[in-house]
Design a protein around this ligand. Structure first.
Ligand SMILES: [Fe+2]
Length: 370
């Protein structure tokens, strides 16, 4: 067993409080989106580089290569990345001490050190990537998203700022928090889970499900009251993710997200219910029974044999609605080739499954959602 807690964690109410506590100034480079800078950081003396000058969606290898070219011209001491998973994942690579491009950096065994200080502050409540060292980029030429863990990708400081959630669009909140739920549920069941990851995962699962029930009961406005709870829950799931990789839901989502340009959180949320229903059908007495129990308690399900994962599916349909796979452009004939591609490209994640998923199981997941 191995468990590490790496970046120092900080929480602030506002960007101003964060900037003062960390002494942000002219020797810092803020890497963020233009709209976030205009909304929260107008008064900052720090240099700034905008993600949206390179990329308008999730990062591709081509876009990050352009970022690397630009950032290597700049002179600064700390990279302060403020944004969603795309921005934070890019920043981990931008802070490395290397002249290589993304293809070179993603080669096996390549582990550069860090060139500058690194502070990561999430503006969504999902990926938890402020506390992981993994960067996930889309490689369109290969047709899949690929993640790599960089030893130097861990930030010096991860900073949770409540204010950053104050303007979050509902769909971004919904899919990012659902991704945090997927992290916690997948890692809780992973063969390499430990009592430490269990603790963080279970706390995150309970907190997010309780938040979702509050949304159903009180409406979407309640999210602002719960901002700190969501930030902490996704951070806790991220701490687990920094120690144990996610599994089959992410494996299927990685390929689907790349093939149909679906944001990461939306893709993982899509595949969570059918994968967990397979797990629960195959091995209901194992550790998944503990997740089933928590769902039963938080969702206040009757003890009448209701399948907790059917109930979770129904809750997600209300809080994080999605489309059918055909509406994303997937065809019936894609089912077999997609399942084969997942097995071919995502073994890094598939080995973390609760129980093995066969190509037939994976094909069934797609069919379930068509
Ligand atoms: Fe994820």
């Amino acid at each position: 067993m191995h468990f590490a807690l790496r970046p120092q964690l900080h929480g602030h109410d506002t960007f101003a409080a964060f900037a003062e506590a960390h002494g942000l100034g002219a020797r810092d480079l803020i890497f963020t989106q233009r709209i976030l800078h205009e909304t929260f950081m107008q008064d900052s003396a720090a240099q700034v580089l905008f993600y949206d000058d390179f990329c308008d969606g999730e990062p591709t290898d081509v876009a990050v290569d352009a970022m690397l070219t630009e950032i290597r011209k700049l002179d600064f001491d700390r990279l302060v990345a403020i944004g969603g998973g795309s921005i934070l994942d890019s920043a981990k690579v931008l802070a490395l001490d290397s002249d290589a491009d993304v293809a070179g950096l993603f080669e096996a065994g390549v582990q550069p050190g860090r060139k500058v200080g690194l502070i990561l502050a999430p503006t969504t409540c999902g990926t938890g990537c402020e506390v992981t060292c993994v960067s996930v980029f889309d490689f369109p030429a290969i047709g899949s998203k690929i993640g790599k863990a960089f030893d130097a990708g861990f930030a010096d400081h991860a900073v949770l700022v409540d204010e950053f959630l104050s303007k979050i669009p509902y769909p971004v909140f919904a899919t990012s928090s659902a991704d945090a739920l997927v992290h916690a549920m997948e890692i809780y069941l992973a063969p390499k889970a430990s009592p430490y990851t269990d603790m963080f995962c279970m706390a995150a699962i309970k907190s997010i499900l309780q938040g979702y029930m509050r949304i159903v009961e009180h409406g979407r406005a309640v999210i602002q009251q719960d901002a700190r709870a969501y930030l902490i829950a996704s951070n806790m799931a991220g701490i687990a993710l920094a120690n144990v990789l996610a599994g089959g839901v992410h494996a299927i989502a990685m390929h689907f997200g790349s093939a149909h340009h679906v944001p990461h959180g939306e893709a993982t949320r899509l595949f969570l219910p059918p994968v967990f229903k397979i797990y629960y059908r195959k091995a209901p007495e194992g550790k998944i029974s503990e997740i089933a129990q928590v769902i039963t308690e938080v969702l206040d399900l009757p003890q009448d044999g209701t399948n907790p994962f059917d109930a979770l599916d129904a809750l997600l349909a209300k809080v994080v609605p999605t489309k059918r796979l055909r509406d994303y452009g997937m065809a019936e004939g894609d089912v077999g080739p997609y399942a084969a591609k997942v097995i071919e490209t995502q073994q890094r994640l598939l080995v973390n499954n609760y129980v093995p998923l066969s190509d037939t199981d994976i094909a069934g997941v797609y069919t379930d959602l068509m």
